[in-house]
Ligand binder design. Sequence first.
Ligand SMILES: Nc1ncnc2c1ncn2[C@@H]1O[C@H](COP(=O)(O)OP(=O)(O)O)[C@@H](O)[C@H]1O
Ligand SMILES: [Mg+2]
Length: 572
Amino acid sequence: MITTARIHRLPQVVADAIAAGEVVERPASVVKELLENAIDAGAAHVDVALDGGGLVRIEVVDDGHGIAAEDMDLAVERHATSKIENTTDLTRVRTLGFRGEALASIAAVSNLSIVSRPPANVAGTALRVRTGEVVECVPAAAPPGTRVEVCELFASTPARLRFLRSTSAEGAAAVRVAADLALTHPEVAITCRSEGRQVLRSPGDSLRGALRAVFGPRAAADLVDVDVPGDISITGAISGAHAHRAARTGLVLVVNGRRVQHRALQLAVDEAYRGLIPAGRHPFGVACLDVDPAAVDVNVHPAKREVRFSDERAVFAALQRACWSTLRSSTTYSAAAAAPHRTESAPGSSSVLTLAEAPSRLADAFPQVADASRRLDDLTPLRALGQVDNEWVVARAPGAVVLVDPHAAHEKVLYQELRERWASPHPKQTQTQLLLIPVLLEGDRGREERVERHAEFIASCGFGVDIFGPGVIRCTAVPATSSGVDPERLLAELIDTLDEEPTGDARYHRVAALVACHSAVRFGDRLEPDAQQQLLDRLLRTAGGMTCPHGRPTVIVLDDAYLRRSFHRPSR
Ligand SMILES: Nc1ncnc2c1ncn2[C@@H]1O[C@H](COP(=O)(O)OP(=O)(O)O)[C@@H](O)[C@H]1O
Ligand SMILES: [Mg+2]
């Protein structure tokens, strides 16, 4: 016989534990909520300490405005908050918290104690809660501000514990949360200790300081400041075109002071880097969007990790444009583009890779390589041995092992070929590649005007471009280089760079570098052995082939003397 299950109301502790599950998934969620509360309280300094990955103990100490004695027990009650009053307030949330759930949720699954003192009061209050039950609320001596301690997280909910990863993984996730908040709130000095070791120290003086603390001074130096005002204003710092990462996770997106995960915004940033960095690589840094709070819904995710925009397309476009213009005007990009002959034109120094020119990373990794100043001629014959993970090509030269960056090398080869072609007295002979299907590009007045003004120059570079009709630019041919160019993107970049560049040689350099970059094999593309060898042969025939058009090295030479020294073998 089937018995009908009876329905009954859950005891409050069980209901609370279920609700808590939404907010408090893991130690990192606790750190996030406590840090956010400290920041909402106007703290200038916040110190976080973690033990046992946050499962044994999490402590967050701030110097904010504190909690009044009479509000202490309310603070740990569900849906009790000082941050909003009515539903209209929900549409103009400017604080990080507003749901009034965090402390209640944390209290339901841990032993929580709070000691707080508003700065104007002489004494503070201490509150202790054990798995949801207030066990003590008494006056206490305390410094101004609030100290929250969370012990034995999830001890009463073993099911939850089973879903956690290792203590070190949980600790690392919690530290990442602290790092996120250091970036979104660079004006707050945030420190974090984990297992007694200091792992984060954000000075609280500037975004730069926070970037150095979070990304490390080296990577921070690769970041370019973003500051683009507008209806949707965008600030922050994003990696320059020469720096990129394999993972997407290095990019922190911030909307109105809140870190968010947002696929479309990620794509907007990626789009801006298309053609600048190799396919499959990703930018890093922080992009902070300031959007009218009425146009963002922050109340779509229990842990507030996601947001929804009323006009997502506008936000997407603004972010993409901001990154795009920042990258194109950044010193890293334009300095490289404006100084093409740095290594090629100085007499006597042609084709020589010196320490000063090599990026410091390389110099650090291979200090001995630098003093082996070499010419490409010295490397003949250069035999390709293979490719490492579809990235570097390894080659053998007389008395040396040579590592080649295939994208940089190919870029340089194509660049030099274009330069030579364009320098010929008969530019009409410039080889072009007719497009089977003409590419149409949306034109605005500025773009159309540039196409008309530079018509002759554009044609001399091997492009077939005309104004097809109002608002439409047509492209029927591109310079013949190699296959795989995206003509639309190339054309858009070409037209958009025309205005910035002066005349004469610098302009040809800029366009050649652009076309070469778009046409070259991507870093990460597999090259067949034949193609590897062909690339090396072409590189050897290329003037100034040791550096790419942006001045970065194309090859690194590990000569025999260096290898012998490194392996402690007697020199030959
Ligand atoms: N570190 C703190 N300093 C001052 N007040 C705090 C602090 N942490 C919590 N509070 C107070 O407790 C209330 C409840 O906190 P919480 O449960 O996180 O909800 P919410 O942040 O959504 O309001 C807050 O509204 C705030 O008034
Ligand atoms: Mg809160």
